[in-house]
Design a protein around this ligand. Structure first.
Ligand SMILES: C[S@@+](CC[C@H](N)C(=O)[O-])C[C@H]1O[C@@H](n2cnc3c(N)ncnc32)[C@H](O)[C@@H]1O
Length: 228
């Protein structure tokens, strides 16, 4: 089966011969691809939802992959013991939920060599959390499906800080990649930022003042990166 561009980009970050946990696997497409392509020797597919995990169990059975893919029910990394896998994927969830999953199982998260994280929203908060919690961002990339942009963040245990607040919005790791989609993402974020600013200006209030100043600063930073 052909993976979507988002899932393809995620599996591209999985090191060869790795033992992988796919957290919140849902359909089980990622575990199947990793095993079929010989990228992973063994995959543990987990999900918090019985219904979602059942989809994976049925799929694994249909494809005769029961020896290579094990399905486990549970919250986040809780079904995984420290050092049981070398790579963990947490994809298709909100950035804040990903921070909660890592926080609840810090020993396991830190024992993993490659954490592949794909937040649907909240990438800024996720990057900040990683640096505050003793993780380094070692790689990043960006993929577009239709009009949606997906950021993929690869992290591992280690100390790192970015130089400025803006680096958590659009990270220097992503900028270095020179992916042409990065410019599109910034233009898209700038448009959204300007819409929110217009709304706040139309509805002024004590609370919205600080937020307005913050968004205006981010807008200036976006424009500077775009050379405008
Ligand atoms: C939108 S799907 C993403 C599926 C797949 N990872 C992907 O990227 O296409 C989100 C999945 O995460 C699962 N999920 C949500 N919270 C979870 C948690 N705390 N622990 C494990 N799985 C969770 C949901 O049940 C659902 O199957």
């Amino acid at each position: 089966m052909n993976l979507s561009p988002r899932l393809k980009k995620i599996v591209d970050f999985v090191p060869n011969n790795s033992i992988v946990a796919d957290i919140g696997t849902d359909h089980g497409y990622v575990p199947k691809h990793l095993v079929d392509e010989g990228i992973s020797k063994r995959v543990i597919a987990t999900d918090i939802s019985k219904g979602s995990l059942q989809k994976t169990i049925d799929y694994i059975r249909e494809e005769n992959l029961e020896e290579d893919i094990q399905a486990r029910l549970g919250d986040g990394l809780e079904p995984i013991k420290p050092f049981e896998v070398d790579t963990a994927i947490v994809a298709g969830m909100g950035g804040i939920l990903i921070t909660e999953i890592l926080t609840r199982s810090m020993a396991t998260a830190k024992s993993v060599n490659t954490l592949i994280l794909q937040p649907m929203v909240g990438s800024v908060e996720l990057r900040r959390f990683l640096h505050e919690s003793g993780f380094m961002i070692v790689d990043e990339d960006l993929v577009r499906e239709g009009d949606k942009y997906y950021e993929i963040i690869v992290a591992k245990c280690g100390l790192q800080k970015f130089a400025s607040d803006f680096d958590y919005e659009i990270s220097p790791v992503l900028m270095k990649k020179k992916n042409p989609l990065t410019r599109e993402l910034i233009e898209n974020r700038l448009r959204i930022n300007e819409n929110i600013i217009d709304n706040l200006r139309d509805n002024p209030g004590e609370k919205s003042r600080d937020r307005l100043l913050e968004l205006e600063k981010i807008g200036r930073d976006y424009r500077e990166v775009l050379g405008r």
